[in-house]
Write a protein that binds this ligand. Structure first.
Ligand SMILES: *Cc1c(COP(=O)(O)O)cnc(C)c1O
Length: 404
């Protein structure tokens, strides 16, 4: 992973700044640093390969750091949000409510009220939710914009986190769509139908699975469009583009997926001529551009095993500790940031400061020999980092965040 970054005097840089100087500038460790340039690179990679007609939406939950959202607001066509607070972040970035969609299986009435008032698109997750939206729209005297989130009968086979196929808390089963359509038809003053969302899974590195899922999603939407109360104006075909985290993971072949999307768009133009086709991505856009940096505060040997104790760990970066989404714990890519190669190397365990054996950043990692004062850097940390971690655990200080 270090190859994506410039190394100066054996020190990793991000945004042109050596991480040791960045630590001084921020005034504390641990911190997350995100690179504009590396985020741009991911967006450009997508633009190079996907049809011009595809809209890219950023799923804010991957990284809600405000400067990241604002940076992306100039690069993508819209945002997907999963809470009213994320909706507020999206609206504050200046993106039009027209291009904000709100998904999530547990939207509260208060959140639905705010969303209806803001006129963002609601990705409806159940027929009962549809009724709640209708009631709010009637009370407010405006039409709510709705799109049906469908739980398809298939899923993304190799997806790390399955979110469709079989029983799910997300979206509505295909068998419920007819009823939802009737509710929309019967309440056309309150419910403005715009289309469908299908999100079958996350963190997929297999181009063939993604291509198959997208093609199935299109076929399903073409079928459902036949019973829809109006033309499909938005077809959100999910995302699920993964990034490599572990040894042996290969980069997603974006060129292949993009090539298939040209075929997909041609077919969609024929059957869904009014539809904007939306690809919603979180981690793919932001994970590679982020690093987590903690300072090593102790070095000790226990029964022949070297431990480097850092000033942050799972409390800021649960995913890297292996305690979320991993069945077998594997190391995120990592280096000693100020000694990328180092004079000498060793095998060491890098742990965080918490009083729990779960707080591991690196298990038997091959790293430069490090001392207190050196920095451990975890790559692929721009998504599902700080806000996906138990910040309050053991009441340690929070990590800082910067966009450089
Ligand atoms: C989480 C989520 C995303 C983003 O997933 P990534 O793996 O980060 O790309 C997109 N859409 C929906 C509906 C989600 O729940």
């Amino acid at each position: 992973m270090a190859e994506k970054f410039i190394i100066e005097n054996d020190c990793l840089t991000i945004g042109g700044i050596p991480i040791s100087r960045l630590a001084q500038q921020i005034g504390q460790t641990p911190f997350f640093a995100y690179s504009r340039e590396l985020i741009d690179r991911q967006v450009n990679l997508l633009r190079t390969h996907t049809p011009e007609k595809i809209s890219i939406h950023y799923a804010i939950k991957a990284n809600p750091f405000v400067p990241v959202i604002h940076h992306l607001s100039r690069l993508v066509e819209g945002f997907d949000v999963a809470s009213a607070n994320e909706m507020a972040l999206a609206l504050n970035s200046g993106v039009s409510p027209e291009d904000i969609s709100f998904a999530g299986p547990g939207k509260t009435v208060e959140e639905l009220q705010r969303a209806v008032a803001a006129q963002v698109l609601l990705n409806v997750e159940s027929v009962t939710e549809l009724h709640r939206i209708k009631a709010i729209a009637a009370e407010y005297g405006i039409a709510a914009r709705v799109s049906l989130r469908i739980n398809p009968d298939y899923n993304l086979n190799s997806s790390g986190m399955k979110m469709g196929g079989g029983p799910r808390q997300f979206g509505m089963d295909v068998s419920c769509v007819q009823e939802a359509m009737m509710v929309i038809r019967d309440n056309s003053e309150q419910l403005h139908f715009e289309g469908f969302q299908i999100f079958p899974g996350s963190q997929n590195l297999r181009a063939d699975f993604l291509i198959e899922a997208q093609s199935k999603a299109l076929d399903l939407v073409i079928e459902l469009a036949k019973i829809a109360p109006g033309p499909v104006r938005r077809f959100n075909l999910g995302g699920g583009f993964g990034v490599p985290y572990f040894q042996g993971d290969k980069e997603l072949d974006v060129a292949s997926v993009g090539e298939a999307m040209h075929v997909l768009v041609a077919k969609a133009e024929q059957y869904l001529p009014e539809a904007e086709i939306i690809l919603e991505l979180g981690r793919f856009l932001v994970a590679p551009g982020g690093i987590y940096v903690a300072k090593i505060i102790d070095r000790k040997v226990s029964h022949g095993v070297t431990y480097l104790v850092a000033d942050g760990g799972m409390n800021h970066h649960l995913a890297a500790s292996g305690n979320i989404g991993q069945l077998i714990r594997r190391n995120y890519p990592a280096v000693i940031g100020n000694k990328v190669q180092g004079q000498q190397r060793e095998v060491a365990n890098v742990v965080g400061p918490l009083c729990t054996p779960l707080d591991i950043l690196l298990n038997q990692g091959d790293v430069a020999v490090a001392e207190p004062g050196d920095y451990i850097v975890i790559f692929q940390s721009g998504a599902y980092g700080l806000t996906a971690s138990p910040n309050g655990f053991l009441s340690q200080k929070s990590a800082a965040e910067v966009l450089v």
